[in-house]
Design a protein around this ligand. Structure first.
Ligand SMILES: [Zn+2]
Length: 302
């Protein structure tokens, strides 16, 4: 499938250019890129073909009108989402109408012209969404966890211009952005729910043409804990005690989510009875308060 690019950009003229302007510009470019004056260079030949194709369309009233209409349809901003990535000026399908079949862009514009004529305006980067499982202690009490993921970042080889020495950047293929793995420290707010979506502003994909980056959304799920269960702000643990301790009562050391506490087992404790340790549950209100830790006794069989 033959794809082609912005013909106005190719010739370095404005959309409002007159036919005379276009003709003049074409002559200048053709003179410069004609294969005969470039020792038959393959690149010059290709450039010449691209210029000619652009001129062929833009110099013909009917073809130009048709092109303008198609181009307008194709370059409508696509907004967020995976499609926002695609370069509208890259995605033209002229198959069946154009036989040039050129694959590479030819660009004659200077950086200022580029800005002036560039129909691509700043586009916000992608929002990225991933799911992560975290230990119950991190979800209930908050913390910082490293997180690695892939996102679009500015291509450093061309410094986000898409070009190196006026050739299409070979690293990003002119897309100005490349996919790269990054690792960030994610701050988990204390006391989020067992299922929670955390939005990290600007940690999503890099924007295009100076547009702002997207956000990173992490759908957090608390991992099952082998000993503790969380119910809202409280944590529950089943603790086995010996029949002797249950009968006579006495002190007992137990481990909570983040500390060791000594509790007093009451005399004559029965299986299923509970003891509440205030302030040792999950965080509430971004850590200003904490729920309770509840011990549920189970008397071991003799
Ligand atoms: Zn690049």
């Amino acid at each position: 499938m033959a794809t082609t690019k912005n013909y106005y950009k190719t010739l370095g003229v404005e959309k409002s250019a007159t036919f005379a302007d276009i003709k003049k510009r074409y002559r200048e470019l053709a003179k410069k890129h004609h294969p005969d004056v470039n020792n038959g260079s393959k690149k010059a030949e290709n450039n010449f073909k691209i210029i000619s194709a652009a001129y062929n369309v833009l110099s013909d009233k009917k073809k130009r009108l048709e092109y303008d209409q198609t181009y307008r349809r194709q370059t409508r901003p696509k907004g967020r989402g995976p499609n926002a990535w695609s370069d509208p000026s890259n995605d033209f399908d002229f198959s069946g109408r154009q036989k040039t079949g050129q694959q590479s862009d030819f660009r004659q514009t200077t950086p200022e012209e580029e800005q002036k004529y560039d129909p691509e305006f700043p586009t916000r980067g992608f929002d990225l969404q991933f799911m992560i499982d975290l230990p119950l202690v991190t979800v209930a009490l908050g913390g910082t966890v490293p997180y690695s993921y892939e996102k679009y970042v500015k291509c450093m080889d061309c410094e986000g211009t898409g070009f190196v020495d006026s050739e299409e950047c070979s690293v990003c293929k002119g897309k100005r952005l490349v996919v790269e793995g990054v690792t960030i420290d994610v701050k988990i707010p204390p006391g989020i729910g067992n299922i929670y979506t955390l939005r990290i502003p600007d940690a999503g994909g890099e924007g295009r043409n100076g547009g702002p980056p997207g956000d990173l959304l992490l759908r957090i799920t608390a991992e099952k804990h082998p000993r503790f269960k969380r119910l809202k702000d409280d944590l529950y643990a089943e603790i086995s005690i010996s029949p002797e301790l249950a009968e006579k009562g006495g002190p007992l050391e137990i481990e909570t989510l983040d500390s060791v506490q000594t509790i007093e087992v009451e005399e004559g404790t029965l299986t299923g009875e509970e003891l509440r340790i205030p302030g040792h549950g999950a965080c509430i209100n971004w850590g200003k308060k904490r729920g309770d830790f509840i011990v549920k006794f189970k008397i071991e069989e003799e």
